[in-house]
Write a protein that binds this ligand. Structure first.
Ligand code: SF4
Ligand code: FES
Length: 249
């Protein structure tokens, strides 16, 4: 399978960047977008040139490292699928694949396809954790939690922090990401005590770097963790709870 790649090259944050065109003529439909970049880099290195910088780790859809924009869409053409699982069967022999970094004002390009997503880390640092003494793992095992509630918390905890939701949003909003954290932590006994304090801190930090949500819904369509749009409503609900009712827990 022969594919033409238009791949973004940018030496550092100050460089304007540009697309570079390459041909990979031994791709297979089973390969992923990330493996296509591996194959491209093999030939670039053979030519004695700098390989394309990109991130990946697990290649199993669980670490969130690999997000790139493929043909103008975060992660690629298949919905709810990370870049490391986007198969080349989405393209026909002879077609062109365009790969560039995740695009958002909150994600400055570091080099080539690598972006700085530390704005997401700052939101988590502001409150996306349990700070009280919640005991040890055996203590958690002895705390009764309604099964349906635990399942719901796990569904929202599935966010892998890839940042694609922000890149898909015309407003650059991070509500899907923030709502997933707020909901899973507020649902379980260990996280309930700081519910209001957490919401206040995380939402304030979110508003430093990310835009408002207009409920377009593009975020949920690209999310590889399948976080539902309901997460957006969670942000608004938690905001109202702390603003109107002054809740800290
Ligand atoms: S909500 Fe989905 S798209 Fe957004 S960071 Fe989490 S896993 Fe990625
Ligand atoms: S490399 Fe970990 S999610 Fe893709």
């Amino acid at each position: 399978m022969r594919l033409t790649l238009e791949v973004w090259r940018q030496t550092d944050p100050a460089d304007a960047g540009r697309f570079e065109t390459h041909v990979v003529d031994d791709a297979t439909p089973e390969m992923s977008v990330v493996e296509l970049l591996d194959r491209l880099n093999e030939s670039i290195v053979e030519d004695g040139r700098e390989p394309v910088a990109f991130e990946s780790d697990c290649r199993e859809g669980i670490c969130g490292a690999c997000g790139v924009t493929v043909d103008d869409r975060p992660h690629g053409p298949q919905s709810n699928t990370p870049s490391c699982h986007q198969r080349l069967s989405s393209w026909k022999d002879g077609e062109t694949v365009r790969i560039e970094p995740l695009r958002s004002g909150a994600y400055p390009v570091v080099r080539d396809l690598v972006v700085d997503r530390s704005a997401l880390d700052r939101i988590v640092r502001a409150g996306g954790h349990v700070a009280i003494q919640a005991g040890t793992a055996p203590d958690a095992d002895t705390t009764a939690v309604d099964h349906a509630l635990a399942e719901m918390a796990l569904d929202f905890a599935a966010c892998i922090g890839c940042g694609a939701c922000v890149a898909a949003c015309p407003n650059g909003a991070a509500h899907l990401f923030v709502g997933s954290k707020l909901q899973h932590l507020a649902s379980l006994p260990g996280g309930k005590e700081e519910r209001g304090k957490r919401a206040r801190a995380m939402i304030a930090e979110m508003e430093q770097d990310f835009g408002p949500c207009s409920s377009f819904g593009e975020c949920a369509d690209v999310c590889p963790a399948g976080i539902p749009l309901a997460a957006i409503a969670v942000v608004n609900r938690e905001r109202m709870r702390v603003v109107l009712r002054g809740k800290n827990n």
